[in-house]
Design a protein around this ligand. Structure first.
Ligand code: UDP
Ligand code: MG
Length: 331
């Protein structure tokens, strides 16, 4: 196994008070052996916990120089927590894992070995999931749909246990729950993506933070992803394609009516008169709709070109950061 020089482990946590200390001791045991990496940092991103998670993380930072922490002002979601972690990470390789002990630190080497085969992202595949039946079935369907629709062959997009070359995620922007689609973002950037089966422990302490709403959000996120992955840098290809035919249809209808209007002028037959035809309203409506969709496209192009020059918008707000190794406490 090729040693990683510096590994950053990012762990988003929301109300995981009973899991923090156990996780740190299991992780430190694995990473301290130096078989995986020469140096490491563990970055906890506290996503607005309301139990004693925050206190436990602060204590851990005081005890252990390898531990850093970011504290959000309130709950911003796992995407935001990961984004903040990616930004703070110093390692050339980044590992993410959940803070609920469902991912097994002793299996990190499986991800590392695969990464060393020349991949840029390796995702843990929870082949046997230790979750409720409802979650397992929904997850299977979700994964099947995503891998078909987005044409990326992975069994488990939802896994929090992943390893990345840091270039793939350093400045990534993730709204909603788009963290599930990280492999798609990486693949679309030209990264090589693979997966390895990992075990999945049962959650012992604390509860899952995602309820039934996740399915609806998952659907919206999928639609966003389809749009983003196909048209992110060329919104006009989408809006133009939808707007132009509608405009064409509406204008042809209008032209047809105009010609008929000329018949009225010649024959005097009132049924040809432009303003007596209901089709006129339909033609105008369709032209207007087509034109609006087309202009949406131009607007999207405008936003794209302006926003690429600006910094990350308000995805999250950091209250405090603890980073002993660099001797700093900010916030
Ligand atoms: N989490 C978070 N912010 C949230 C929801 C979850 O940081 O808004 C963390 C949570 O503490 C855990 C990880 O994300 O470390 C995965 O969450 P959970 O175990 O609830 O998800 P599940 O395993 O049920 O998909
Ligand atoms: Mg979990």
């Amino acid at each position: 196994m090729n040693n990683i020089n510096y590994l950053s482990v990012i762990i988003p946590v929301l109300n995981e008070e009973e899991n923090i200390d156990i996780l740190i001791s299991r992780l430190s045991r694995v990473l301290g052996q130096r078989e995986i990496c020469d140096r490491y940092e563990i970055i906890f991103v506290d996503d607005g916990s309301t139990d004693s998670t925050r206190g436990r993380v602060i204590e851990a930072c005081e005890r252990n120089d390898n531990i850093k922490a970011i504290f959000f002002r309130r709950n911003f979601g796992k995407s935001a927590a990961l984004m903040a972690g990616f930004k703070e990470a110093c390692g050339e390789v980044i590992l993410t894992m959940d803070g609920d002990l469902q991912d097994e630190p002793t299996e990190i080497h499986k991800l590392v070995n695969k990464l060393n085969e020349g991949y840029d992202l390796v995702s843990g595949w929870k082949r046997t999931r230790n979750d409720s039946l409802e979650k397992v079935v929904a997850s299977r369907i979700f994964n099947w749909i995503i891998s078909r629709v987005l044409r990326l062959k992975l069994h488990d997009f939802n896994s929090g246990f992943k390893i990345y070359k840091s270039w793939t995620v350093k400045d990534i922007r993730l709204s909603g729950n788009l963290y599930r689609f990280l492999p798609v973002f990486v693949e679309r950037q030209g990264g090589r993506v693979a997966e390895v089966p990992v075990t999945h422990n049962k959650r012992i302490h604390g509860i899952s933070k995602y309820g039934l709403k996740r399915y609806l959000h998952g659907l919206f996120d999928l639609l966003t992803m389809i749009f983003l992955s196909s048209f992110l840098f060329r919104p006009m290809y989408f809006f133009g394609l939808a707007g132009l035919p509608l405009m064409g249809l509406g204008i042809s209808g209008g032209f047809y009516l105009l010609v008929k209007h000329l018949f009225w002028l010649v024959t005097g037959d009132i049924s040809y008169q432009l303003n007596s035809r209901p089709l006129l309203i339909i033609a105008l409506g369709i032209t207007g709709l087509g034109l609006s969709i087309f202009l949406f496209g131009l607007l999207a192009e405008l936003i794209l070109h302006v926003s690429s020059a600006t910094t990350t918008p308000f995805f999250y707000s950091i209250e405090k950061t603890i980073s002993k190794r660099q001797g700093s406490e900010r916030g």
